[in-house]
Write a protein that binds this ligand. Structure first.
Ligand code: SAH
Ligand code: SF4
Length: 345
């Protein structure tokens, strides 16, 4: 069976031509898939029955199976997917005000970077996802939403894995989100642990896609203890790449700060962060740490976060606090962990 989501438009046209279909059928099928967001071939009303039958016998819309669905009290939804080779990944859909919907998607099965506070990091790396597997996570949410008369408006690469450790597939999937689902570049965010060479490469792409950088600490020894990748690309190397990005694109970087009680929420840390980021076009996004099984730390208290933000403001740095979402179903930042869930099923 051929997964049609994995094909470009020219590839889809060639496939239909091989089956003896007239050229305009490719455009019709493409529209059914991406404009109407049909969930099955039988729904494609203006295709001849014979064409539909042929498609049902030889092709699929997607390549993954839903292994579990969960819904949080706050409306956040999580999906566990089984991929063709049995690998498991998760993606999350979050409702926001003004009928905006954000999909949080995975770029890898597991992650090789081993940040100690992250459930995905705790499970290790299984394999890269293909562009089609990355795209399909968003495509499926877009499909589900269109049945409800809603539209997927935003996508963040903040699920399992490090998108810049799977650079080509991430960029290919990003372009598909824009071209096929009509999601504006400014409504897509790629979050990186801080792979400096890829940040520079990304700056040169000429895309309007947003960049988020996970910083979490201001001193090398301590950042390395939390995020082993810092031994490879230390804070200076990372910040140099961020300055390059800001100069090249004139775009504001969002620095993510997983606020951990007693670890990185002190006024001194806020002052160091203020000095570190001074003069850089940026914003700080504070995420109170979500608990994971493999790490004892807990989220910073709101009083210390408030003081932290006030200090940053004194350096002219704007910050926001991300509202916790989907915690009751382990769908929060850093909580995605397919292997453990699979054991529990
Ligand atoms: N690999 C990428 C993107 C996935 S993680 C990255 O690391 O940036 C998305 C964000 O969630 C990152 O900022 C990450 O540091 C943060 N995160 C990881 N574990 C977390 C946890 N337990 N609580 C809160 N945020 C966490
Ligand atoms: Fe990987 Fe990001 Fe988790 Fe670090 S925080 S282990 S880079 S997914």
């Amino acid at each position: 069976m051929i997964n049609l989501y994995a094909l470009s438009f020219p590839e889809l046209s060639a496939l239909l031509a091989e089956h003896g279909e007239q050229p305009f059928r490719a455009r019709q099928l493409w529209d059914w898939m991406y404009r109407q967001r049909a969930g099955c071939f039988a729904d494609m009303k203006n295709l001849p029955r014979a064409t539909i039958n042929k498609l049902m016998a030889t092709a699929t819309l997607g390549d993954m199976v839903v292994a579990a669905r969960q819904r949080s009290r706050d409306g956040t939804e999580k999906r566990l997917y089984r991929l063709r080779d049995g690998q498991l990944i998760e993606s999350v859909l979050m409702p926001y005000e003004d009928r905006r919907w954000t999909a949080c998607i995975s770029s890898q099965a597991g992650c090789a970077l081993g940040c100690v506070f992250c459930a995905t990091g705790q499970m290790g790396f299984s394999r890269q996802l293909s562009a089609a597997e990355i795209f399909e996570q968003a495509m499926r949410f877009a499909r589900e939403l269109s049945v409800r008369g809603e539209r997927l408006s935003n996508v963040v690469f903040m699920g399992m894995g490090e998108p810049f450790h799977n650079y080509e597939a991430t960029l290919a999937a990003t372009r598909q989100l824009m071209e096929r689902l009509g999601i504006g570049a400014r409504h897509i965010t790629i979050s990186t642990v801080g792979l400096a060479p890829q940040i520079r490469r990304f700056a040169d792409e000429g895309l309007q896609v947003k960049l988020a950088v996970s910083l979490h600490k201001t001193e090398d020894a301590q950042r390395s203890a939390l995020m082993p990748v810092n031994r490879r690309y230390n804070i200076k190397t990372l910040l140099d790449a961020c300055h390059y990005y800001a100069q090249r694109t004139n775009r504001r970087i969002s620095f993510e700060w997983a606020a951990i009680a007693g670890e990185n929420d002190s006024p001194e840390e806020a002052r160091r962060l203020g000095r570190l980021l001074a003069g850089l076009l940026c914003h700080v996004n504070i995420i109170p740490l979500n608990s994971t099984r493999g790490y004892v730390g807990t989220g910073a208290a709101s009083a210390s976060i408030a003081e932290f933000r006030q200090i940053l403001a004194g350096y002219g740095i704007r910050s926001t606090v991300r509202v916790r979402r989907g915690i009751d179903i382990d769908a929060g930042c850093g909580q995605l962990k397919s292997a453990l869930i699979a054991q529990e099923l």
